[in-house]
Design a protein around this ligand. Structure first.
Ligand code: FNR
Length: 190
């Protein structure tokens, strides 16, 4: 069985370490998972003024979320919280009222930072947001990656064997979690 996973990279940086982490996670994931990035960089700022007529880029965002069996967030922490670009995308996906695209989607949250707590505060904020959006979350394991100069190779590989094994383990757990949630929310799918 193949599960379609839409993933968000919460950084717009051209040299993003979280984009590297996302690439590593995709490479280490079980074959049952098929990944599509859900881009956030071209979204205008959300306003309820758009609710009557969502722009095409925001409709595409909602369609991508709704077409996904599970959602994975790979994001930096900005000022001890969720980067604005990612929060803006979540706000678009959650509206118009009554059409929250994240409802009942199994989600995972991971992040990389140059700082010692590895996006822990951003992830805590995300859990609160996703709870409000009625999106089940993989609670454990938690992935807080502190990136050093040599964490990733130029080809996107993970240089540290224990980190590589841990990320592989996380993706196996995430896959099992998606299966568990879908067995309840979409039993015909399994
Ligand atoms: C940061 N950074 C950061 N790191 C952290 O661990 N906690 C934080 O609160 C912040 N805050 C923060 C705010 C802003 C505006 C920037 C630009 C950066 C540092 C951050 O971990 C580092 O820049 C990472 O490289 C960001 O991830 P990407 O963009 O490389 O994926």
């Amino acid at each position: 069985m193949t599960y379609r996973i839409g993933y968000f990279v919460g950084s717009l940086s051209s040299t993003s370490i979280n984009r590297r982490l996302a690439g590593a996670l995709v490479a280490l994931a079980p074959d049952d998972l098929e990944f599509t990035e859900i881009p956030i960089g071209d979204l205008p700022l959300y306003s309820p003024d758009h609710d009557g007529d969502y722009p095409p880029v925001a409709r595409a965002l909602k369609e991508s979320i709704e077409a996904s069996d599970g959602i994975l967030f790979v994001s930096p922490e900005y000022n001890r919280s969720i980067p604005g670009a990612l929060k803006n995308a979540i706000d678009w996906g959650s509206r118009p009222w009554g059409t929250n695209s994240f409802a009942r989607k199994p989600t995972g949250i991971v992040g990389a930072s140059i700082g010692a707590i590895g996006t822990a505060v951003m992830q805590s904020s995300m859990r609160s947001v996703l709870s409000f959006l009625n999106a089940p979350q993989l609670n454990a394991p938690e992935v807080y990656v502190q990136v050093q100069e040599d964490t990733f190779g130029d080809d996107g590989s993970v240089r540290d064997a224990s980190l590589e094994e841990f990320l592989r383990h996380y993706m196996a757990e995430y896959c099992a979690f998606v299966q568990r949630v879908l067995s309840v929310t979409a039993p015909g799918h399994i």
